[in-house]
Design a protein. Structure first.
Length: 305
């Protein structure tokens, strides 16, 4: 017996059951906007309580600690270095600062030098209304000047900042103008051989007495070539040997040979020998020195010297 098929119900879309949004008249929308525009917001004034004398004193004390943080760090580093308090765990002061504080090789010396300048500036604090540096970056440009000039340049910088603590940029600009006013002529010539005077310059640590061959003459500095690279050095850290043009040429040749050979992978004794050649107080090598340098030039027996 055949059963007749059922009729399918027509599918109804769910959307058809969704309620329709009410219709708003343009007049009603305009009225709502006018009501929103006329809303008044009431703000209650909060009275700020003044600090007590004790709180003001505490605030000043804490502010001074923050401002002098770089100075305290520099003074502490000087004591750690001078007393060699790092010697129980590290061979060198630089290694200690890098591993203990995460400092680069240069950073502790910048902080120590800034502390020295800060002490120098405190002698003038009465004249400059106790406005003193609050960061190492503000002090760094002053390292190019003599102590008395540092005080003068700092006072000018405070004036430029309208009596406030000047930024490092302001200090740098003032120092630049100060140096131009006090400009000392740079009489060095390209190719001239000078001796490095490392005193009071931590960046030249270990370079005292090295040959410095002038490759560029600037306003207040010279760019020089050493056997281990190129440096820009202030005029007060250079002293001409007064060699003849032939003597300067001979030293350039020796320096180039040392640069070609020198490597941190060499044995320490070989490194020290090459470094000593770069500090000779004469524009020539002895017979023995020449022979040893020839051996190193040829690459024979480097590991056995």
């Amino acid at each position: 017996m055949n059963i007749p098929p059922r009729k399918r119900k027509k599918a109804t879309s769910a959307a058809s059951y969704a309620p329709k949004p009410p219709k708003h008249s343009a007049k009603k929308d305009t009225a709502q906007q006018e009501n929103l525009a006329s809303v008044t917001i009431t703000v209650t004034a909060v009275e700020v309580e003044d600090l007590s004398e004790e709180e003001q004193s505490l605030r000043l004390h804490l502010e001074q600690k923050v401002e002098r943080a770089f100075y305290e760090a520099g003074k502490a580093l000087m004591e750690l270095r001078d007393c060699r308090l790092y010697r129980s765990t590290h061979k060198t002061f630089e290694d200690y600062c890098r591993e203990r504080f995460g400092y680069s090789r240069r950073q502790p010396y910048l902080l120590m030098e800034a502390a020295v300048i800060f002490d120098n500036l405190t002698e003038k604090c009465d004249q400059i209304d106790h406005i003193l540096p609050t960061s190492e970056g503000q002090v760094r440009p002053l390292t190019k000047l003599e102590p008395q000039q540092q005080q003068q340049a700092w006072q000018l910088s405070v004036q430029e900042a309208s009596g406030k603590v000047p930024t490092g940029r302001i200090v740098k600009d003032v120092v630049q103008r100060f140096m131009e006013y006090k400009k000392v002529p740079n009489n060095y010539e390209i190719g001239e051989v000078c001796q490095i005077i490392a005193q009071d310059n931590p960046e030249l640590r270990g370079k005292s007495g090295c040959w410095a061959i002038v490759s560029q003459v600037n306003d207040f500095t010279c760019t020089v070539r050493l056997w281990d690279g190129e440096y820009t050095i202030g005029l007060k850290h250079l002293k001409s040997y007064g060699y003849s043009p032939l003597g300067c040429q001979q030293i350039q040749q020796i320096s180039d040979r040392i640069s070609k050979i020198y490597s941190s992978t060499l044995e320490e004794s070989v490194q020290r020998f090459l470094e000593s050649l770069g500090k000779l107080n004469r524009p020539y090598l002895t017979v023995l020195e020449e022979k040893l340098l020839n051996v190193l030039d040829s690459g024979i027996g480097i590991g056995t010297i």
